[in-house]
Design a protein around this ligand. Structure first.
Ligand SMILES: Nc1nc2c(ncn2[C@@H]2O[C@H](COP(=O)(O)OP(=O)(O)OP(=O)(O)O)[C@@H](O)[C@H]2O)c(=O)[nH]1
Ligand SMILES: [Mg+2]
Length: 191
């Protein structure tokens, strides 16, 4: 959380997860479809096929409020590990986007492990964590409980099933994360 020159509070949210899990698609849906927040410029640093090279960035502000959500997505490909570390700097809350496809189980496990290594005990404590199980529409989507157990998502973390390209589940997941961060940062309440 940071204050800018105009006295606005900036909350930094990072969408983390393996490559192609749907982080950029999730942010694109919020940009295009989420009502109730004023959106700034959507910036994307990507390759010609649409895969993120460094990050996406979208600032969103609640009307008549001094709070701005600065939302970033990381680049999920293995070779961008250093870039992910930079993007995590100063993060206030994480949305971990799981790819439900059976073929991506190992990639999800690796990505969550890397996130835990970067944030340590803060993850899910000082830094609230919400998980989306994305791509629920694919034919080889693994069952919810199997994904959570194998990836090692701790008990009590809010989990939402999503289809980012259609927008299903995204609003609730984002609201839950935003609320948890605000309660913690502004009121010291851990939910
Ligand atoms: N079927 C299906 N496809 C999806 C879903 N979400 C994203 N996709 C597709 O999956 C591909 C990757 O989505 P992105 O949002 O670019 O993935 P990303 O996590 O940003 O990937 P990196 O930038 O490489 O880390 C795209 O072709 C999307 O259209 C979903 O819920 N269901
Ligand atoms: Mg991306």
């Amino acid at each position: 959380m940071k204050k800018d020159a105009q006295g606005r509070i900036h909350i930094k949210i990072v969408f983390y997860g393996p490559s192609l899990s749907g982080k950029t698609s999730t942010l694109e849906w919020l940009y295009g479809r989420l009502e109730g927040l004023d959106k700034g410029d959507f910036r994307q640093i990507k390759d010609p096929t649409g895969r993120t090279l460094f990050f996406d960035f979208l600032p969103m502000q609640a009307p008549n409020s001094a709070v701005v959500f600065d939302v970033f997505t990381v680049a999920g490909q293995d070779r961008h590990k250093k870039q992910r570390k930079v993007v995590l700097n100063g993060v206030d809350g994480i949305l971990f986007v799981v790819d439900s496809s059976a073929s991506q189980l190992e990639a999800n496990i690796e990505s969550f492990k890397e996130l835990k290594e970067e944030l340590g005990e803060k993850l899910g404590n000082e830094i609230p964590l919400v998980v989306t199980l994305n791509k629920r529409d694919v034919p080889d989507a693994l069952p919810r409980e199997e994904l959570l157990t194998k990836i090692g998502i701790p008990e009590g973390i809010p989990v939402y099933e999503t289809v980012a390209i259609q927008g299903a589940g995204i609003k609730r997941a984002f609201q839950t994360l935003a609320r948890a961060i605000l309660l913690l940062q502004l009121h010291g309440i851990k939910v």
